[in-house]
Design a protein around this ligand. Sequence first.
Ligand code: G
Ligand code: MN
Length: 254
Amino acid sequence: MPAKAAPRAAVKRALDQRQLVLFYQPIHELKSRRVVAAEALLRARRRSGEIRQGAPIAAAAEKGPDLRRLDSWMIERAFRDAAVWQQRAPAVRLHVNVSAREIEERGFASHLRKLAALAGIDLARVNVEVTETSFVARPRAAARTLDAVKSLGAEVWLDDFGTGHSSLSHLLAFPLDGIKLPAAFVKPLAGDARARALVQHLVAMAHAMELRVIAEGVERRDQLAVLRKSGCDFVQGFLFSEPMPLEAFLTRLS
Ligand code: G
Ligand code: MN
């Protein structure tokens, strides 16, 4: 969901003052319920110690000059953290969010490769989520970048599919491994026949295109039942696990 943006200056302040932290939300295989991956999610730490959602910071960065710096910080932090948990659980992949604006930049793939080498993580254990919160002005440039990202071994996933600036043409233009269904589609699943039809057909379409599907924001058993019937592959949401600090995630894995 588009978050209310913080003032632009807040992005710089948060980065300068090291107020940002990453939480990790487990992603479960629906059939086995096993944790197969975790998504790095941005949080802001107040002076009081209180932890806030990072979405307003991310939304402000999207429009301002500090997007690259924020994305680099997030990727580097997440790579270092995942390198730690993958020593114990190498099969548990990392999902990192990258803005669509970022992937239009030439050099993004080599930037990613450098950060991975620094952190000591194998990109074959990383899934890059492309968040289409901003319009992809240069889809060809973006597709070239994503080809390069894939040739480094990472998977490419389309985040919040069907919302924001997402375009069906991205399904053809981008070398995707999977799509993430947004919480907005999952929320009405139990009671709303149209929502059920939408999700069932999106999953079927994705599978026909040899894409896998993660459903986000799964909070209730009735939603899970519909997702299971639809053949959805993976689930993420409060019903299974909330986002948590690295330490808690390490405990969870052991
Ligand atoms: O829209 P986006 O994917 O950016 O939202 C991710 C946010 O949603 C995260 O900050 C995460 O904490 C939160 N979240 C994760 N799982 C759930 C859930 O099951 N329900 C709700 N309401 N929020 C969730
Ligand atoms: Mn995401």
